[in-house]
Design a protein around this ligand. Structure first.
Ligand code: PLP
Length: 273
C-alpha cells in the first residue's frame, strides 16, 4: 500500500510523521474523506474547497490544491480498487503553534482506505451531548473528532450505526459523520448550517437535487416524522429504519427512496458536480 507524504509516494509501512506533529498532539489538523469510484475521486473540487475553509478556520496556510490533486491521483493509481475512500489529512506540522508557524511547513498525507457500498437503511440513536453551534470549530472538518468517536461508540453499543446530535438550543444538528434530513408533509427538510452542522458535500448535492429546504427543526421532530435519511460521502443517501428504538416501518419510505434514486443517477453521471 502506497500513501502520499512529504511530496511523494511512500510505503505505508515505512512512512514517518513526527511524533511532535500538532495533528497528533493537539488535533491541529483538518481532513477530508473522498469517495473514489474505479480510481476516480468524486466531487474533489468541493472537497478541496472545504479543506481550504477548514484550514483557514484553524489558521493553517492554504493547502496547495494542485499538490493535493496530484497526490490523490498518484495514490489511486498506485492502489487500484473499484471502491475506496481517500483520506486527505492536513496538519499544522511540528513548528510553533499559532499563526506564525516558523519555517516548518504543514503535513499533508493522502491515503486510501477500503469501503463497501452502504446498506439501504440503518438504525440511529440521539445522544445527550450537544454540538456547539457558536464554537470556534463549528462547521470545520478538523481532526479533533474525539466527541464523534465517543458518540459513535454509544450508537454501536445500541445496535445503531450513527448518533445524532442536537445543538445548544435544542435543535436537530447532524450525526457524527453525516447530515440528517427528515420528511414533513411530503417535503424534505434539513437543518441549516447555522445549526452547527458541517457543510456536508452530499448534503448540498442531495438538497439541490431534491429541492430539500433548510429548516430549524427541534430535536424531538425525530419522534414524529415517518421518514428520516442520512447523507455522507460514504453513505450517499441512506434511509433510517429505527431511531432511538422507534421503528420506521417500510424504510426507505417513498420520499427517501426517490431521493436515493435521484442521488445515484446524478452522482453516477457527474464525477465532479
Ligand atoms: N457531518 C460530519 C460531522 C462529518 O464528519 C461528515 C463527513 O464526514 C458529514 C457531516 C457529511 O459530510 P460529507 O457529505 O461531505 O461526507
Amino acid at each position: 500500500m502506497k500513501i502520499w507524504l512529504d511530496g511523494g509516494l511512500q510505503d505505508t509501512e515505512s512512512a514517518r510523521v513526527s511524533v511532535f506533529d500538532h495533528g497528533l498532539t493537539v488535533g491541529d489538523g483538518v481532513f477530508e474523506t473522498v469517495k473514489a469510484v474505479d480510481g476516480r475521486p468524486f466531487a474533489l473540487t468541493r472537497h478541496l474547497d472545504r479543506l481550504t475553509r477548514s484550514a483557514r478556520g484553524l489558521g493553517l496556510p492554504d493547502p496547495d490544491h494542485d499538490e493535493v490533486r496530484r497526490a490523490c491521483a498518484a495514490v489511486l493509481d498506485a492502489n487500484p480498487a473499484p471502491l475506496g475512500r481517500l483520506r486527505i489529512t492536513y496538519t499544522g506540522g511540528h513548528g510553533p503553534l499559532g499563526s506564525d508557524r516558523g519555517e516548518h511547513g504543514p503535513t499533508l498525507v493522502v491515503a486510501l482506505g477500503e469501503t463497501t457500498r452502504r446498506p439501504d437503511s440503518t438504525a440511529v440513536i440521539t445522544v445527550p451531548w450537544t454540538r456547539n453551534e457558536r464554537g470556534a470549530l463549528s462547521g470545520l472538518k478538523t481532526t479533533s473528532y474525539a466527541e464523534n468517536v465517543v458518540a459513535l461508540a454509544r450508537a454501536r453499543e445500541q445496535g445503531a450505526s450513527e448518533a445524532l446530535f442536537g445543538n445548544t438550543v435544542g435543535q436537530l444538528c447532524e450525526g457524527t459523520g453525516s447530515n440528517v434530513f427528515v420528511v414533513l408533509d411530503g417535503e424534505i427538510h434539513t437543518p441549516p448550517l447555522a445549526s452547527g452542522c458541517l457543510a456536508g458535500i452530499t448534503r448540498a448535492l442531495a438538497a439541490e437535487w431534491t429541492g430539500a429546504k433548510e429548516t430549524d427543526l427541534p430535536l424531538d421532530v425525530l419522534e414524529r416524522v415517518d421518514e428520516i435519511f442520512l447523507t455522507s460521502t460514504l453513505r450517499d443517501v441512506q434511509a433510517v429504519h429505527r431511531v432511538d428504538g422507534r421503528e420506521l416501518p417500510g424504510a426507505p419510505g417513498p420520499v427517501t427512496a426517490k431521493a436515493m434514486r435521484i442521488f445515484d443517477e446524478r452522482a453516477g453521471h457527474d464525477l465532479d458536480p
